[in-house]
Every structure is written in C-alpha cells, then in structure tokens.
Write a protein that binds this ligand. Sequence first.
Ligand SMILES: [Zn+2]
Length: 290
Amino acid sequence: MKKYFMFLPALLISAGIFAADRIKIVTSIVPLYNITAAIAGDKADIMSMVPPGSSPHTFSPKPSQLKAMADADLFIQVGLGMEFWADKIVKASDNKKLQILTITDGIKLLAGDFDEPVDKSGRRAGNPHVWLDPVITKGFSGRICDALSKLDPLNAAYYKANYKKFGAELDELDRYFSAETKKFTLKEVISFHPAWVYFEARYGLKEAGVIEAVPGREPTPRDLGIIISKIKEYGIRTIFAEPQLPRKAADVIAKEAGVNVLIIDPNGAADGDYIGFMKKNFEIIKEAMK
Ligand SMILES: [Zn+2]
C-alpha cells in the first residue's frame, strides 16, 4: 500500500492538476514514467496514463485524463499498438503543441507470440515490452533526454547529467543481470504473458511458453496441455503470474504440474524507481531459476 501512496502526486496530476511553469509529460505506462522521472528529476511534471494496478493491455483511459493530455507538452508511448487506447485520447485532446515520442521507433524488434490490436495500415509489428531490457532502456532514455532538452533548453545540462547518471546505473544493472543469469541452472521460463522476451534474449534465457499469449484471454485446455508438457520437459519448478492480470490460469497449471507460482511485475514501480523495480523482479526470477 505504501507504494500506492507514493504514486499519489502523479495520480493527482492525472486529474488535471499540472503546475503552470514546468514541462508537462504524459507517459502511457508506469515504467516509462519511472524512466522519464530518472531523467527529468524535479524539473518536469509527469503522469502515467495507466496506473500501477492496471495492465496496459486491458486499460481504458478515464475522461478526467483527457485534460492532462490536452495540457501536456510531450506524450511518451511504447508504440506497436500497445497503447491501442491512446490515438483516441490524443485526437480528442486537440493539443496542437503535443509532441509524441514512441520508444520502439528504431529498435530492432523481436516477434514473440503476441497479438496486440495493431491497426492494419502498415504500422510496425513486434513485441512491445522493450523496457524490460536495461540495455534497450539506456538507448531510448537518450531519446527521452533529447526530447526534454529540446522542450526545455534552459535545463538541458541538468537532463544530460541525470541521463549520464541513470545510464551508468543501467550499465551496472546489466552487468549484474549478466553475471547472475550465467549462474542459473534453468534457462527456460514460463511467463504469464509475453512480457520478458527482450530480457530473456539479452541474458540467454528462453521463453518455453506463456500462459496467456494475449493478456486477458485465458488459455484453452490444449494450451494448458502444451504448457504442462513444457514444464515437464525442462524440469521447470516455478511459473510466473503478474499483479495486473487474474492469476487463475497460473494456479490451474501449478496445481496440475506440481510447480510454484511467483509474481513478477512488468508494469513498473509506483515510487518512480526503475532500477529498484527491475532488481525486485530479478530477485524473484533468480529464486525461480537458480
Ligand atoms: Zn504486456
């Protein structure tokens, strides 16, 4: 509960209470809020559209959030159709000054068995969960730093210094993950939804299966059979569920296959700390894979 209250300033901002003289940033999801906060420090007001307790895959914006989008200078989104709800609110906000930064632009995408509601008009397709790889995060953090510096040139040196510090922390996190994952006795992962493919690719792990290929759509008996056979094939002892999605399917599999369920959270930390959020997830993954 503590974390929820630490998020309150951003939630108040989401009701439309942006301060007057600072740049105003709306991010689509909490991890982008966390990452942007690391660079913006105390020089910008940031809010996340999707609150910590919701999944971006099943979210719909509140009417009160339209005001924040109408006042914002910058909207930072993942792209690839993950924010299937965003186009409508951006359009409705009729905000002529709004700039949009899409973090997956220019990133080498992984496919992953993911079926987001992407429009058919040639938009790039791929797995959107790039923020769970600290190396990719360092790359698009540089783009966030550039965008902030352009919007607010007087504070450009401040943003750059924060980015440099954050980048060094990401490097350290990457070194830690690299070293620790090498010691894992298990390399195959059963995730709840395909959120961890970039993380797995970075650290030599393999997605053996996902419980919900489309978040919110429960697996069929056939899907369950396949997951259970993968658990047996690889000797998997722990499967993962997530706080934002109902865990029922994970419990069914766990009971059937005799494995544990642990909770990992791909959707960010309410207190604005990306590094802490990633470490917390990692300690749980480590526990499952050692
Ligand atoms: Zn997801």
